[in-house]
Ligand binder design. Structure first.
Ligand code: HEM
Ligand SMILES: CC(C)=CCC/C(C)=C/CC/C(C)=C/COP(=O)(O)OP(=O)(O)O
Length: 299
């Protein structure tokens, strides 16, 4: 204690950066940028795209920091998260709040000043959805936490779309639904192989409340639902052959992984499914973008 007062611990910039969950935010921003590109026939004006991208990234990073702050006690009890500066006590409440609110406030200011009011409001709602509703209310109280909270994670492409067009179209909703249906297999794969950590933190994750078989079956059903939703861009006439082929391949791969996991559970397979979920989403969105610029019509 005396040493702490004489030598107060200061988190490094790297530790603070880690609280913003940069790799998750990178994929979030990637999906938001693809939402922007799909919303316009060519490439949207950079004077709009740059502040929109930066604004969404800053607010998403701020939401992640608030999540780390709120969950510092829980994080300290799980191996994966125990080294976060908030969990270790290296980043105090005041400092983390100031950094998160400054970053988030700057991000919101960019959206208000250079993008449009709809995007700013929707981004603020997404922030509240993740940093407060999911983190404080849903996560500790219901195994459906990530299904309901997934609505926040699914917003980025819709935010990107709204940034460019000032409205939300059917295609923007489809992009939202793709990430929404993807989230349960993404997260439950991790929750399965890390279930003991969630048990020690006392969190009601589906593998703990409903068991392994029920979780893997639910993941399989979500993967099938995801496959159906991922074909909607083709049904709407918004995507062509290139996307169709990529989606069929990626869905076969993802459903195959989910089916194998349900048939015979193994931690290693769950790990592969988690990593595979990130590849799936990255390539599905990349395929939407390539198809948008190099369209091969279906008929
Ligand atoms: C409520 C929704 C979500 C939940 C509960 C969730 C949960 C998680 C968790 C617990 C991890 C940490 C894995 C680890 O530390 O090893 C993780 C990693 C990751 N998530 Fe999610 N996630 C959600 C939504 C999303 C969304 C919307 C995206 C992007 C569009 C995303 C992209 C990623 C990526 C890229 C990683 C890997 C990070 C790394 O390698 O450090 N997640 N997710
Ligand atoms: C544009 C905007 C405001 C977007 C915000 C949405 C956002 C940051 C979603 C992130 C999803 C995520 C990292 C969940 C992690 O789950 P967890 O918090 O349960 O994981 P943990 O155990 O690693 O803390």
């Amino acid at each position: 204690m005396t040493t702490q007062i004489l030598n107060p611990v200061r988190p490094s910039a790297r530790q603070l950066w880690r609280l913003a969950k940069p790799r998750v935010v990178l994929l979030i921003v990637f999906c938001a940028v693809i939402g922007m590109l799909l919303a316009s026939p060519g490439v949207p004006d950079m004077a709009l795209m740059v502040p929109a991208t930066l604004g969404i990234a800053l607010v998403a990073g701020a939401a992640a920091m608030i999540n780390c702050l709120v969950e510092r006690g829980l994080d300290a009890r799980m191996r994966r998260t125990a080294s976060r500066a908030t969990a270790r006590g290296d980043a105090g409440v005041a400092l983390t709040l100031v950094v998160a609110l400054t970053a988030g406030g700057f991000g919101m200011a960019l959206l208000v000043a250079f993008v449009n009011a709809l995007t700013a409001w929707l981004t603020l709602a997404t922030f509240v959805g993740y940093a407060i509703i999911y983190t404080l209310l849903l996560k500790p109280n219901t195994p459906q936490n990530i299904v309901i909270g997934g609505a926040s994670g699914a917003m980025p492409p819709l935010l990107g779309w709204a940034a460019v067009t000032g409205e939300v179209s059917a295609m923007a909703m489809v992009l939202f639904l793709i990430i929404y249906a993807w989230t349960p297999p993404h997260f439950w794969a991790l929750a399965l192989y890390r279930r003991e950590e969630y048990r020690s933190a006392g969190l009601p994750m589906l593998p703990l409340t409903h068991g392994e078989r029920f979780t893997t079956l639910t993941m399989l059903l979500y993967s099938i639902l995801l496959a159906a939703i991922s074909l909607l861009p083709v049904a709407l006439g918004a995507s062509g052959l290139l996307y169709l082929l990529a989606a069929l391949g990626l869905n076969a791969y993802f459903i195959g992984l989910a089916a194998r996991l349900h048939h015979k559970y193994a931690d290693e397979l769950a790990r592969r499914m988690f990593r595979g979920s990130i590849w799936y989403l990255t390539w599905l969105f990349a395929a939407l973008m390539f198809d948008h610029y190099w369209r091969i019509p279906l008929s």
